[in-house]
Write a protein that binds this ligand. Structure first.
Ligand code: MBD
Ligand code: FE
Length: 294
């Protein structure tokens, strides 16, 4: 593919954008999300028509040249061959979809899922320790909290699905040479709705720079960073699921997340543990019952 030594090194350490993209594309195809799609004809016509009109309006307003049109065509084709449609959509569009669809839900705030969720991560009872390697690098983090409903009553049978990058910014199952379930787990809360998870703080994440999305970022002079974050899905029978991410104060990219997925309610209040064994943070979840709305 390339004889650029730095690119070869990149491939060894983190894999290529096309490898991660292909996995994300395959995972989406295999997920229930794809099998349940049944959008009525009227909505398809309305939404596809509005999208096509918006694109045509841009061409007219900005007097797009044939060179620019062909650059767009080549780039869109590359997004597909690199498997980066999940990445592109989740970085630049999902945040608005999430906003529009969570407005009426009371309780804990959500944000985007992103492209790297894997369902059916190993089940762990609280207090849980996520899978990690011997001598795993990073700052240990004890993440704990309590589940209540919107009236303040504890919730039984709640669970926290958690996934995050390692201290180098890589996700298991999307970068090579990582244990399959590294930093991924399904943690069952106790009968009082309390959970405790031992893990390591993730690093800021740079989206792959060697694929179509990276090419766009470089061509536009943007940056490719997301702040360090922990992905979460919380759920309990009879309650609405919340998909969210949690962030660390002081991260330089909290203000300019490429995926526009940071909200003030999602900022953790991290404390140093008194015994010097790393950091600790409490974050509580308020879940809305099925059908409950503002
Ligand atoms: C990520 O880890 C992520 O969370 C998002 C939204 C996009 C790309 C990589
Ligand atoms: Fe992420």
């Amino acid at each position: 593919m390339t004889d650029n030594p730095s690119a070869a090194h990149l491939k060894e350490s983190q894999g290529t954008a096309a490898e991660a993209g292909t996995k994300a594309t395959e995972r989406f195809a295999a997920s229930g999300k794809k099998s349940k799609l049944d959008v009525p004809k009227e909505r398809v016509s309305l939404l596809a028509g509005a999208l096509i009109k918006a694109a045509n309006d841009i061409v007219e307003e900005h007097e797009v040249t044939y060179e620019e049109y062909n650059a767009l065509k080549a780039w869109l084709i590359k997004v597909g061959t690199d498997g980066e449609w999940p990445l592109f959509l989740d970085v630049w569009l999902e945040h608005t979809v999430e906003d529009v669809n969570s407005k009426e839900r009371p309780g804990t705030v959500g944000t985007i899922e992103g492209p790297y969720y894997v369902s059916n991560a190993p089940e762990l009872q609280t207090p849980a320790t996520l899978e990690m390697r011997e001598d795993e690098e990073g700052t240990p983090l004890l993440f704990h909290g309590d589940f209540t409903d919107t009236d303040g009553n504890p919730i039984k049978d709640a669970q926290v699905e958690i996934w995050h990058a390692d201290a180098a910014g890589f996700y298991s199952q999307y970068a090579p040479d990582m244990p399959e379930w590294l930093f991924r787990g399904t943690v069952k809360a106790d009968e009082n709705g309390h959970f405790e998870i031992h893990t390591m703080q993730p690093a800021p994440y740079q989206i792959p720079t060697d694929g179509a999305c990276g090419q766009l970022i470089a061509a536009a002079g943007w940056h490719a960073w997301r702040p360090a974050h922990i992905h979460i899905k919380v759920s309990a029978p009879g309650y609405q699921m919340v998909t969210q991410q949690l962030y660390f104060p002081g991260d330089p990219h909290n203000e300019d997340d490429i995926a526009s997925a940071v909200k003030p309610e999602l900022m953790l209040d991290v404390q140093e543990r008194a015994d010097g064994s790393g950091n600790e943070v409490q974050y509580d979840y308020v879940l809305a019952k099925e059908g409950e709305s503002r």
